[in-house]
Design a binder for this molecule. Structure first.
Ligand code: HEM
Ligand code: HEM
Length: 183
């Protein structure tokens, strides 16, 4: 039988990660601003680093699931070029989903800073202490953050276009609560 929407597991992972990643971007940009109260900045860093590590673990689980369970075919009404653009942009989102937390991890560890959740369970830092490496990772994390934000504007815009204007069943493939599918 041909599947017409993503499995419940794929949808659950997509939406948990969407909420977490959509919070990581504003928190990341906000916490590096000057003039924040120290306690607020500490709380934002604590959230960002530890939830970021959770995002990395979820991304590995999601990629593994995706590899074993490919998504459903797109509806035949979608032109080939749009299917290609969607495929490339989803590929880039998967890459950034891993690269962003990885770069953040390296930036923090190479810089000699704590990641409270991992330190508590005694995980070794896995990355050598190096200011040069921390600087490279910091730049990658910054430009990756901008690329991710731009891609997500396009991604969410496309999803809304399908859901509200085209109503062609593409939204229902990933909708968190949909019971039936029109495609
Ligand atoms: C409000 C936010 C979001 C909405 C409305 C949304 C909507 C959707 C929809 C409708 C699809 C299915 C597209 C299709 O049928 O081919 C999809 C797929 C996907 N979304 Fe999102 N999304 C959101 C946030 C995110 C975030 C934050 C990420 C991660 C950075 C993300 C990554 C992906 C990926 C990688 C796929 C492709 C799944 C696959 O084919 O394996 N999405 N999204
Ligand atoms: C999906 C995951 C993540 C996203 C989307 C994300 C996004 C961002 C963004 C947009 C910034 C602001 C960039 C800047 O102004 O330099 C930032 C900063 C930062 N992030 Fe992340 N981040 C993620 C995961 C992580 C992880 C896992 C860690 C560490 C464990 C981390 C550590 C940091 C640090 C330390 C900064 C401040 C950079 C600096 O100025 O030194 N991030 N993040």
């Amino acid at each position: 039988m041909q599947h017409v929407r993503y499995s419940a597991t794929a949808r659950l992972l997509h939406w948990i990660m969407a909420v977490l990643i959509l919070s990581m971007l504003p928190v990341g940009f906000l916490m590096v601003q000057t003039g924040l109260a120290r306690a607020v900045q500490d709380a934002l860093f604590l959230y960002h680093k530890n939830i970021g590590v959770a995002v990395l673990l979820l991304a590995f689980a999601r990629l593994l699931w995706r590899w074993r369970h490919p998504g459903p075919d797109l509806p035949a009404s979608i032109p080939a070029w749009q299917a290609r653009v969607a495929g490339v942009s989803h590929g880039l989102l998967y890459i950034l989903m891993v690269a962003m937390p990885l770069a953040g991890y390296i930036r923090v560890r190479a810089g000699g800073f704590p990641i409270e959740m991992l330190d508590r369970i005694g995980l070794p830092t896995l990355v050598p202490r190096s200011d040069a490496l921390a600087e490279v990772a910091k730049s990658a994390h910054y430009y990756g953050g901008i690329a991710l934000a731009v891609l997500l504007v396009l991604h969410i815009g496309a999803a809304l276009h399908h859901a509200l204007i085209l109503r062609d069943g593409v939204w229902e493939r990933m909708a968190p609560l949909s019971r039936e599918c029109k495609t």
